[in-house]
Design a protein around this ligand. Structure first.
Ligand code: AMP
Length: 197
């Protein structure tokens, strides 16, 4: 079985706001449509607002499956989505991230704020220490994630990590490339490790 057909669930991290560039929203809609058409289930933060809500609505409108994972105390402020295939309510933010991780076969990072950064760095660093080997696709819309790429380059040039940390993520510029990038994501089996491991 190839990686795309075995990618039953894609966990998408993205903003609880839509951001200022309409390209972010357009990309979220396109990604949701493609996931539904390819039979890839969405796992995400469970809100109905921001890019989160946009991608979930696109998946559902195209006949796909969307599973939300949201802490009970955020159901109101993040407007917990009421029409999902399944909405999993957790007791804490940590439980939310653990459940999202358990349900995912791969991750996609879309533009977002501090919450998106938190989720993204956790899943990248878990991969660095070999807690998982799942593909992590950074969807760089309109250059949004270029500062992240510059930061990783700085981490390497300043001697805090090996250049092979770049293999932890795959960067694409279009939602049309996300599912193919999952299939070609580099293996990190014998590669990236932290310097002290
Ligand atoms: P933001 O990118 O700040 O709009 O947030 C995107 C999503 O990340 C929202 O659903 C936030 O609730 C969520 N989030 C923020 N911080 C955390 C955290 N520490 N653990 C889990 N989810 C978080």
């Amino acid at each position: 079985m190839d990686t795309i057909t075995s990618t039953r669930s894609l966990c998408v991290f993205c903003g609880s706001r839509e951001g200022s560039d309409p390209a972010y929203r357009e990309a979220a809609i396109r990604l949701g449509v493609l996931m539904a058409r390819r039979g890839v289930r969405l796992v995400y933060g469970g809100g109905s607002i921001g890019l989160m809500g946009v991608v979930a609505d696109a998946v559902l409108a195209e006949g796909g499956e969307a599973v939300g994972v949201i802490p009970d105390f955020l159901m109101r402020s993040e407007h917990g989505h009421r029409r999902l295939t399944e909405q999993i309510i957790t007791g804490s933010m940590h439980d939310r991230k653990r459940r999202m991780f358990e349900l995912a076969d791969a991750f996609c990072v879309m533009p977002g704020g501090l919450g998106t950064l938190d989720e993204t760095f956790e899943i990248i660093t878990w991969k660095q220490i070999h807690l998982h080997e799942l593909p992590i696709i950074v969807l760089d819309i309109a250059g949004y994630w270029q500062p992240l790429q510059a930061l990783l380059a700085k981490v390497i040039s300043a001697g805090f990590a090996d250049a092979s940390i770049l293999d932890l993520v795959s960067v694409v510029n279009s939602p049309d490339d996300v599912l193919d990038a999952i299939a070609t994501a580099p293996s990190i089996k014998d590669g990236v490790v932290t310097s002290h491991l």
